[in-house]
Design a protein around this ligand. Sequence first.
Ligand SMILES: [Zn+2]
Length: 882
Amino acid sequence: MKTETPRPILLKDYRPPNYLIDHVDLDVALAPERTRVHARLQLRPNPAFEGELGALRLDGEMLELESARLDGRALRPADYSLSDKELVIGKAPARAFVLDLVTFCNPEANKALSGLYRSRGIYCTQCEAQGFRRITYFLDRPDVLATYTTRLEAPCAEAPVLLSNGNPTEQGVLDGGKRHFAVWHDPHPKPSYLFALVGGDLAHLASDFETASGRKVALKIYVEPGKEGRCAWAMDALKRAMRWDEERFGREYDLDVFNIVAVSDFNMGAMENKGLNIFNDALVLASPETASDQSFADIERVIAHEYFHNWTGNRITCRDWFQLCLKEGLTVFRDQEFCADQRSATVQRIRDVRNLKARQFPEDGGPLAHPVRPDRYIEINNFYTATVYEKGAELIRMLQTLLGRDGFRQGLDLYFERHDGQAATVEEFVACFEDSSGKSLRQFMTWYAQAGTPELVCKLKWDRRAQTAELTITQHLPPTPGEARKRPLHIPVRLGLIGHNGHDLDLVLASGERLDDGLLQLSKRSETFRFRGVSSRPVASLLRGFSAPANLSIDHSEAELEFLMANDSDLYNRWQAAQDYATRVLVAHVKALRADKTPERPDAFVKALGVTAANHELDPGYRAQFLFLPSESDIARVLGRDVDPLAIHLARKGLRKAIGTMLKSVLLDIYTRYEVKGRYSPASEFANQRALRNAALGYLTSRGRREDIARVVAHFDTARNATDELNALAMLSELRSPERTRAFSRYYARWNKDHLVIDNWFAYQAVSPLASALAGVEKLTQHPLFSMQNPNKVRALIGTFAASNPVNFNRPDGKGYDFVAKRVLELDRFNPQIAARLLSAFRSWKMLEPQRRRLAKKTLGHIAKTKPLSPDVAEIVGKMLE
Ligand SMILES: [Zn+2]
């Protein structure tokens, strides 16, 4: 085993490739343990490469080379060298030439799920970021774009379906019908990470779509036989996404077919391979009994996301992996906008911000902080992060806010026009918006280069005599690892000043300029804005719609928060005011608990919450969001140091109980009023009613009386859809009672034959705050339905425990840390990507109180000392301990 420390790869070292590959012919004979790949590569020197041409270095891993021929002549051993990472041809011609390589790989043994592997008997591939090098030797980097013709061959019985990128051109039988083949041609030049193939016994659901210009596209979703009935929602979402991208961004689909394949073993959610998207089956399969409203919404979003990549990612790709946000941030923004149009825009915004704060803010505030465009990495797979995706999307949203919706669209149109068919950079992307708008975005670029969440400290002063208001905003930029000093950012701050009657005041600056769109642009460390004609003391509503990914601090009184909760014309900020108020109550409660004092009663807050909960003029989905308290990790993040997860849990539990008790009649009314009758529909109108009703039930259950337990048991027993069933199961999982045991047995008996649905059974046991949870989870790792080799199972059981059970992961005896560490090391032997991801559950360890911090550090130290470690895990643990 090698023990060398891997060297980081730096953005500043980027050089264009010395050779280009224009076309690839692949001939793949599928066999479980010995798949033969004949690759014919058409190469030529890259005219853009400066300096001595040098050797041709082709990436390759886990391959067995049978033969190599250059322009038809076999290469002699002296002509090339081979290592476990590359094939190097010392003197490749300085002209165009053809390289024929025959290699073997072993899909069955591939448990890293990168490259070509088998999932429940189905051959499939995952090539992003660097999996293609496990299929053949190649210039496996995103700035080498080639057209592909792929011939697949397999026994008919084993793989009756053979798919690859592009359009089908030929198929036929061989060996008197025992074997068959299919040829696919993709005319669009693409980087190797977008290559895909699938072979297996698959059923499908078919439909079609006519594009705006009249092109007919055949759509197919392939799944395990018997699951076709669960694809209708995904197909529906796909068609809506295709239409939406035409209408909103003028983007049409460009091949004759669009195929989606669902597989069970998948490291990520889904992959946007050109014309052949491959999905984790959890993000395709849905029926009312098997999938919750949340799953339906996730499927809609991810189907749209991968489809949108066809333009933002595939037709225009990334020059190098440092530019990952160029495709991901932009495409997440596009899927968020799609969902906002399909559902309630405010509810969607709240969900997106909640997600950002839950996943990205802790990353930005801990040892794993990195810029949206990192400038170094050891293992690129570690950079598929909330920062690159979710904060990356916020950067795009800020561009839209700064330029206006039309201005943004013009810039994006220019980007498509200018860079179609290219591998681009963030600079080239932003230049399109500068060129189309005539505005400078130089300072805005800092957002891409600088890590950390800015804090906006705001002070509002009102002058009764002069009838003016003065708003001072100071941006604090906390240091992040390796970056002590920060430059000020260009920040769009959307605001309103609300008068005592609850209405927004006209915003007129002292200069006389009217701020009709309520948008301030901050560019200095501290700036003061003066407003005139302010006749009564206003309440400031800042960062409306969450106009920038920042923490806001302004000392609103509790009365002002209550006022905003009831009056803010920006519904997003009304919700934010409720969250801020709840946070304040919870933080005070935690501090009281830790000081052994009796916490203050939360009556004023609960009363204010009740007003909105009972307001039937507001959308039920919005009210459900209003009722959800900040999560335990939100509170931990606000506390920032000396965090005791148990105290946070108890404080939150106490507040939930107070809400259930004080608002009992409002909650009971909601529970009765919003029972959805008739056939299940995943449409947001009905999903929102279920969300509100289940939120009410949750609070009533937290009272813990016999009648409350009876209610949730009845809810579980009579549930007619997965949403109600799972919500009840989640509530029951927190109770120490025979009803809990009974519910889990019943769920198991009902779903143990379904490898996907049973993941809920694992997850809801893993999330339980009961002291017995760790022992239960440990036992479940031995369950016959559990497998460490299936990422969905690992995520459901161990991932949920590590990331969503703060009380038990952070047990004061450190046993939660030890358990997760052991699993990380076990996984690292065969699937480093999943191991590294699981390890990132430790990202906030430095905030913990001293005892837990010491134990977490000890556990991390143990991981760091283990040999061998994959570069994936070594990089993450190294950063955690820096
Ligand atoms: Zn993506």
